[in-house]
Write a protein that binds this ligand. Structure first.
Ligand code: DNO
Length: 392
């Protein structure tokens, strides 16, 4: 696999020089400054690509070229927005950037409730507390019918929590779910929102009548509308799984398990329609065995995020350190490392350690020391497993 690193562009406080020094070969980034839905010009792509190349690396993956909400729910501007998307893909292809990660999660991208879950060694990891998440849905968002979506035991916990949650606790939960995890992914939510909860509610309205089947159909429509550009420029589209992989907030989610992925790959059966195999997201669902899934989907995987979670029971999970977690990460890495294609790989998030926790400029999970340690660990696994790849 190609060792890559998610870098947030020229405003990232981690420099390209530093990345080169720690063994990074390829950069994963996006034109974060361009508003969602607008065309990425060839000049802007070229300028960033040249900057990366001047530092001895290449622009390996776009994460993400965001898909607008109107494409996801099939709003009136869908075709115009797809036309822009096609144009951006063409420009990327012309500049030789040929792996494009995106997601099809309605309204909200990945979700965590806590960023500072202490591990026994004093480092910190990202965490999902199911009851806190339910608290946000039931008591803060006050979504109609939300209680029915949770087990009774969780609803009981929510009622208990309501007696002790301070205004400060609530603000922190809103900030974690709606702002900090969303601000840097170019989705519809994020920084600068005065009434994030109200905004969230508004964004959910167009999905009122969008069922799982309808969302699938909208994804199929999107993919079949861009495949000719992908064929022409040899662009690999790779969808990111839903994180956590389950429907949330009453919104449909369609990339949660093997059956979903099988459906997605077959709805447009073209090698350019592929997967970002995010071990971290998929293992956040207790129903997924990421080793079996990796074996099944390796041939259509164009980008890998390496990590496993630890399920803690009751729907809670923590992002495990990169050698740990509930899955055999060595076997996971072996499967992709033995694939004859040099698939780009980045470590999925990192712990906060050695002062990372005091740096204000990091997006949650995107620390320097934590990710550097993880990259070292994963590079070690890669070197070791290479011996076990069949040479045929
Ligand atoms: C979180 C990321 C996701 C991912 C997008 C891809 O850390 O893995 O936000 O970049 O879902 O579109």
């Amino acid at each position: 696999m190609e060792k890559t690193w998610r870098w947030f562009g020229r405003n990232d406080i981690i420099t390209l020089d530093a990345l080169r020094q720690i063994g990074v070969e390829g950069i994963v980034t996006a034109l974060h400054e361009i508003p969602n839905g607008e065309v990425w010009s060839r000049e802007a792509i070229r300028s960033l690509r040249e900057e990366i190349e001047a530092h001895g690396m290449r622009w390996s993956v776009v994460e993400s070229l965001p898909v607008c909400e109107e494409i996801k729910y099939a709003g009136p501007r869908r075709d115009a927005l797809i036309a822009n998307y096609r144009e951006s893909l063409k420009h990327l292809g012309q500049e030789g950037v040929r792996t494009v990660c995106y997601n099809f999660m309605p309204v909200i991208d990945w979700t965590r409730t806590d960023f500072n879950y202490k591990l026994p060694d004093g480092t910190m990891a990202l965490y999902f507390d199911y009851a806190k998440f339910a608290y946000f849905d039931i008591c803060i968002l006050k979504r109609e019918g939300a209680e029915k979506d949770f087990p009774e035991e969780i609803v009981r916990k929510v009622r208990e929590m309501d007696k002790t949650m301070t205004e400060q606790d609530k603000l922190e939960l809103i900030d974690n779910i709606v702002i900090k995890t969303q601000g840097f992914v170019n989705g519809p939510l994020g920084e600068g929102e005065n009434s994030p909860v109200e905004r969230f509610k508004e964004l959910m309205v167009p999905y009122k009548n969008v069922s799982k089947d309808q969302l699938r159909e909208n994804l199929r429509y999107f993919l079949s509308s861009i495949m000719d550009v992908c064929d022409e420029y040899d662009i690999n589209m790779c969808i990111h799984p839903d994180d956590p992989p389950m429907p949330i907030f009453g919104l449909p989610r369609i990339i949660c398990n093997s059956e979903d992925i099988r459906w997605m790959l077959s709805c447009v059966d073209n090698v350019h329609n592929g997967l970002t195999f995010c071990g971290g997201s998929l293992s956040a669902g207790a129903h997924n065995n990421i080793i079996e899934m990796a074996r099944e989907f390796v041939d259509r995987t164009h980008f890998v995020h390496v990590r496993s979670c630890d399920q803690l029971g009751g729907g809670n999970f923590v992002e495990a350190p990169h050698l740990g977690g509930q899955n055999d990460i060595v076997e996971f890495v072996r499967i992709f490392e033995c694939c004859p294609r040099n698939i780009p790989m980045r470590v999925d998030h990192g712990k906060a350690m050695l002062g990372d926790e005091n740096v204000a400029g990091y997006n949650p999970g995107y620390t320097f020391h934590g990710r550097m340690l993880a990259l070292g660990q994963v590079s070690g696994i890669m070197a070791a497993v290479r011996k076990f790849c069949k040479k045929d």
